[in-house]
Write a new protein. Structure first.
Length: 395
């Protein structure tokens, strides 16, 4: 009987010890994730718990903001106090970013590809800034948003459709697919914290794509959802937002416009948004909003700033499934028939890139003109009473 009792005790001890060990490992792992962060890129849970509750969005917001996956190559940004100085130790000037072999390869491609855009920077279109070269209107009045735009020679009487795919530079495989697989009329928008940013932009322009640079802007759930150390903030002094914007503008060259990354709360502040757009206008750079906000505020800020601006009509991949993206592309077609033109904004999902590439193949045969966003924005600017017309200069 004692032998039977001993064997039974050992039989229960083994799984009990194994279960205890697994529980300890799970607990240690949970604590590491809570304080160090998830290796998949999600922010530390402990820091999230300490952050203040997000301000609820006002009822008049027309479109819900879409939270995008993002990976920063900058240092940990949570340690930066609100509106304090930001260390610039990780910044690099465009000349430094463009000194690697990929930059030389892109320059060679630009000289051999008939769709290639001019190699940036162009003489006279930069000026020294506090964090590196800033775009500038040339002595002869040439604006960067004209010089770096993709020329368009299409039929202005056809319904025009433009598409910009954002989040470029964060995922190498998707960025390369977008550069090589999408027609050159599709614009690419790059995250300012991307590694090898200038080389990516050089490659995109060598393939014929006009490019934009993304401006991180304050979302409603900031700082729980923190777009990075140079995020423009709705309640920050203009001088602080200008300092951050200058840093973002000086990280690369060759872009015709900037566009928002997040920014639902920032975009409700007409003074803050207007100041940013006025600053871009002083530099000869256009602004394209992805449309996830109250259009009336964006329109008022752009009009009061005298800026060159546009708003996307639809986000293509709130649901990134192929069928949902296809439905949004069909909506762009309908809007272009109704209004004469339309603009769609997508993100660096492989499904978005693949579906846009397939959709664009037969677009002209269906009676639509695929145009770069700069051309559609210029047309819309002229219709609002501005003086700009679509760019049609040589490559």
């Amino acid at each position: 009987m004692s032998g039977t009792t001993l064997n039974t005790t050992h039989a229960f001890k083994a799984p009990a010890l194994a279960g205890l060990g697994a529980a300890l490992l799970f607990g240690i792992g949970a604590l590491m994730i809570a304080f160090l962060g998830d290796p998949a890129g999600r922010p530390p849970l402990a820091r999230q718990a300490l952050a203040p509750a997000p301000t609820p969005p006002p009822a008049e917001i027309e479109t819900a903001e879409i939270r995008r996956p993002v990976e920063f190559t900058t240092p940990d940004t949570d340690v930066e106090p609100l509106l304090s100085g930001v260390s610039e130790t990780f910044e690099a000037t465009p000349s430094e970013l463009g000194s690697d072999p990929a930059h030389a390869e892109a320059q060679h491609a630009a000289q051999t590809n008939p769709d290639a855009l001019v190699i940036a920077p162009l003489t006279g279109l930069t000026t020294p800034g506090p964090s590196g070269p800033l775009p500038a209107i040339g002595p002869d009045g040439t604006r960067p948003d004209q010089a770096y735009a993709r020329p368009w020679h299409g039929d202005p009487n056809m319904p025009m459709i433009a598409v910009v795919i954002g989040g470029m530079g964060l995922n190498r495989a998707v960025t390369e697919a977008a550069i090589t697989d999408l027609p050159p009329e599709i614009a690419l928008s790059f995250a300012p914290y991307s590694r090898d940013l200038q080389s990516w932009i050089d490659r995109a322009r060598a393939a014929g794509h006009e490019v934009l640079v993304e401006v991180p802007m304050e979302p409603f759930d900031y700082p729980n959802n923190d777009p990075g150390p140079h995020t423009l903030l709705a309640d920050a002094p203009n001088s602080e937002n200008s300092r951050r914007l200058y840093w973002l503008m000086s990280q690369t060259t060759g872009y015709f416009a900037m566009t928002n990354y997040l920014g639902a709360r920032f975009s409700t502040s007409e003074p803050a948004l207007g100041h940013m757009m006025a600053t871009l206008e002083e530099r000869g750079v256009s602004f394209l909003h992805d449309g996830t906000g109250r259009r009336s505020t964006i329109e008022a800020a752009g009009g009061n700033a005298g800026a060159q601006w546009g708003i996307a009509d639809r986000v293509l991949d709130e649901d990134p499934s192929p069928s949902a993206v296809d439905d949004r592309l069909l909506t762009l077609e309908a809007l272009s028939l109704q209004n004469g033109s339309s603009v769609g904004a997508g993100f660096a999902y492989r499904s978005t890139v693949d579906q846009v590439a397939r959709w664009a193949e037969g677009l002209e045969a269906r009676g639509y003109a695929l145009a770069p966003p700069s051309a559609v924005m210029a047309r819309q600017q002229a219709e609002r009473g501005g003086s700009r017309t679509p760019v049609a200069n040589d490559h």
